[in-house]
Design a protein around this ligand. Structure first.
Ligand code: GLU
Length: 317
């Protein structure tokens, strides 16, 4: 029987894994295992492939230390450019994409408020939509274009198992967004929908900072005729500065724990406490599987106190 739940962890290897990565990975894994499902790893290395090869091995070692097993060899985005290109060509055939020659500063100058979601910069004013084919040809001589997707008008419904129904007017709030950058690399939005569909991912659990991207991804799924996965966006761990927990906050990365011989059960105990699955005492990840209930996860950001984390991880057991 093939599993009816297949989840994934999709880190961008921009640095060593930290507690926030362990949180998302462990929750995704627990959800999949509690549903007798499968769990896959995708390394989102489109930007980092050349310079960061060693990071991937470290990432795999960190995962194994935590006790996560995956049901297939890892998938590397940097090795799948042909797949994204083919999806882009399918989008192009729908007439929903157009070349854009604008630089960031041109867009910033052309735009007055309101601003779009931070990850896309200001809402694109549509400058290049009006170019004639002669103009496109002429500009392409000096600068390769990025390609933008024209979202359909109206509200896009996002159904999230933790946040309920959320609607976004992508055309108004985000505008035409980039699917292929001018260096030929697909944007995160395109790569993620192509990969999730190709890997047969049915359930996506990830940080709720990506909730604002989900409507764009659903629109791309619709345009490409791909299935839309079930979504659950989990709260982020926040450091004392109220920002997403980072190394600066004074909490250790997984590599440090591993190298110092700390038992992974200590970290899992902490993660379990944040997820409402335990009292903070060390626990084996496997032991949490029968206790995991997605709907009981917190919805609000989790404020992490670094001194308590360090005490729990390094203090007398
Ligand atoms: N690579 C993204 C990140 O590390 C996650 C992408 C996703 O889960 O859709 O934030």
């Amino acid at each position: 029987m093939t599993a009816t739940h297949r989840g994934r962890f999709a880190p961008s290897p921009t640095g060593r894994l930290h507690l926030g990565n362990a949180w998302a990975a462990a929750l995704g894994w627990l959800w999949a295992r509690s549903q007798a499902g499968e769990f896959l790893l995708r390394v989102e290395d489109l930007d980092t492939a050349r310079s960061r090869t060693g990071l991937t091995e470290a990432l795999l070692a960190d995962q194994a230390w935590l006790g996560l097993e995956f049901d297939a060899p890892p998938v590397f985005q940097s090795r799948r450019l042909d797949l994204y290109r083919a999806a882009f060509e399918r989008l192009r055939a729908t007439g929903r994409v157009y070349p854009c020659f604008c630089t960031r500063s041109e867009i910033a100058r052309a735009v007055s408020a309101p601003h779009g979601p931070a990850d896309e910069g200001p809402r694109y004013p549509g400058t290049c939509l009006a170019l004639s084919s002669e103009q496109v040809e002429e500009r392409a001589r000096t600068r390769p274009p990025a390609w933008r997707f024209r979202p359909r008008e109206g509200l896009t419904d996002v159904h999230d198992l933790l946040h309920g129904r959320i609607v976004q007017d992508v055309a108004r709030e985000v505008g035409d967004f980039v699917v292929l950058r001018n260096d030929g690399v697909p944007s995160y939005q395109l790569a993620v929908v192509v990969d999730d569909a190709e890997m047969g991912i049915t359930h996506v659990l990830r940080g709720d900072d990506l909730l604002r991207s989900t409507a764009r991804q659903i629109q791309l799924c619709e345009a490409l005729g791909l299935p839309v996965p079930v979504y659950a966006h989990v709260p982020l761990l926040l450091g004392p500065d109220g920002k997403r927990l980072a190394k600066r906050a004074g909490t250790p990365g997984l590599a440090e724990l591993r190298e110092r011989g700390i038992a992974p059960e200590r970290l899992v105990g902490l993660l379990a406490a944040w997820a409402g699955l335990g009292d903070g005492r060390p626990v084996d990840l496997q032991a949490l599987v029968p206790r995991f209930v997605l709907e009981r996860l917190p919805r609000e950001p989790i404020a992490v106190d670094p001194s308590r984390v360090n005490e729990a991880l390094f203090g007398p057991g």
